[in-house]
Design a protein around this ligand. Structure first.
Ligand SMILES: Nc1ncnc2c1ncn2[C@@H]1O[C@H](COP(=O)(O)OP(=O)(O)OP(=O)(O)O)[C@@H](O)[C@H]1O
Length: 394
């Protein structure tokens, strides 16, 4: 086994699909005839056809993990299916060295009427293992998947999570040189997903991996490089930071306030000091106005800083801060002064909730407010840096 050898080489790979089934069948017959006659016009699009994958080029070496990202319909699964030999490209070439383990579609590669155990043997045989070799692996696979109780049940009766468990366990335990994983892993529960990512990190030492995911933190954590696909083409390629930035620049989450609940209250305005903070900014202010239909007491104002993927990063609650907040009928203006927080380079958004402290009745819940950007010299892996001090304790 050569270290760093190129295991996947993709050259000018393209695949077109037709938007209409009848036309697609007609083109299929025409292509069959022209292929026999030796006239190939693979690089031309006909009426109602489009490129699902267009002119893709990349190489992947042993020890590398490629993150394949892009919005829905960008062509990621189509590319994986070509690499796994499930569909033929219209143009270009794929060269793969070694054994390929793949987890592309839920349940794909399994015979639904056979049991989990029988499917393990089937898949192993397809990958070129003898019965004796599979015998030696089957227990490990069942243990990894944690579905021993159900291993002799037909796969068609498995839940989605159980299919993913078995699929990943088979793909990962069969010593692949190339491991291809589509976002199906997301179906697994949190515990199993964590176990899969741990296994992926281990496997990376001896194989190369292509991982399709919509989770950018996952790309940063696991992948050694990435590709952003857009309408079948490569839009950005290379180190994760730049590619993820390009993914976000595609503006998938619209910068538009979302009102989730509004009872008796509405947001009049919401302002930050600036849209972009450069350097080490630890204090900033949020100014906001809430219009209330009536006087309200025992109010909790809660401001949440969200990541650009809208997951909460940290919050400031008036209840936690033991502040007595009341709203009067009409416009109520507030300022929230944020002290001593270090947000890492990135884009952040806000959510605001207004609740009754005693009954937890929600008067207002708005999110996707005012994106702000922080650009700092020091970039960490989590969004917030703790303040504190490191001292020796020995
Ligand atoms: N068999 C097919 N026939 C026609 N069009 C297809 C076929 N398979 C995929 N497509 C189309 O090709 C395009 C790319 O689809 P693909 O599934 O590769 O996208 P994706 O990037 O994996 O998306 P997602 O993130 O939603 O899984 C889409 O427009 C899809 O509708």
């Amino acid at each position: 086994m050569e270290n760093n050898e190129v295991l996947i080489r993709v050259e000018g790979l393209s695949k077109k699909f037709c938007k209409d089934l009848k036309t697609s069948l007609w083109y299929g017959i025409k292509d069959l005839v022209s292929n026999i006659q030796g006239n190939k016009n693979d690089r031309l699009l006909r009426d109602k056809e489009f490129w699902a994958v267009k002119d893709i080029n990349f190489e992947l070496r042993r020890g590398e993990c490629l993150g394949l990202i892009g919005h829905n319909g960008a062509g990621k699964s189509t590319l994986l299916k070509i690499l796994n030999g499930l569909i033929n490209p219209d143009a270009g070439k794929v060269t793969i060295k070694g054994r390929v383990g793949a987890l592309i579609e839920l349940g794909a590669g399994f015979n639904p009427i056979l049991s989990g155990r029988e499917n393990i043997y089937n898949n192993g045989a397809v990958l070129g293992f003898t019965k004796k070799e599979i015998d030696a692996k089957v227990e490990e696979i069942i243990d990894f998947a944690e579905i021993r109780e159900f291993i002799d049940m037909p796969v068609q009766n498995y839940s989605s999570g159980m299919k993913v468990r078995l699929g990943f366990a088979v793909a990962a335990q069969m010593e692949p040189d190339v491991l291809i994983i589509d976002e199906v892993l997301a179906v697994g529960d949190v515990g199993f997903r964590a176990k899969c990512y741990e296994r992926i990190s281990e496997l990376m030492k001896s194989c190369c991996i292509i991982l399709v995911t919509h989770s950018m933190p996952q790309v940063s954590k696991i992948c050694t490089k990435s590709i952003l696909m857009h309408k079948g083409q490569i839009k950005a390629q290379g180190n994760n930071g730049d590619v993820i930035e390009a993914y976000y620049d595609d503006n998938f989450v619209e910068d538009k306030m979302t009102v989730i609940q509004s009872n008796n209250c509405k947001l009049d305005y919401f302002k930050t000091d600036k849209r972009q903070f450069n350097g080490e900014v630890r204090n900033f202010e949020i100014k906001l106005g809430i219009i209330s239909e009536k006087d309200l007491e025992n109010i909790e104002l809660n401001l949440v800083i969200m990541s650009r993927e809208l997951s909460p990063v940290c919050q400031g609650s008036s209840k936690f801060l033991k502040q007595d907040i009341r709203l009067k009928q009409g416009l109520n203006k507030f300022v929230f002064s944020i002290d001593n927080i270090y947000l890492n380079t990135g884009l952040y958004k806000f959510a605001l909730t207004v609740d009754d402290c005693l009954s937890s009745k929600k008067y207002l819940w708005v999110q996707n407010l005012n994106p702000i950007k922080f650009i700092n010299e020091f970039t960490g892996i989590s969004p917030v840096m703790l303040s504190g001090k490191w001292d020796r304790n020995d």
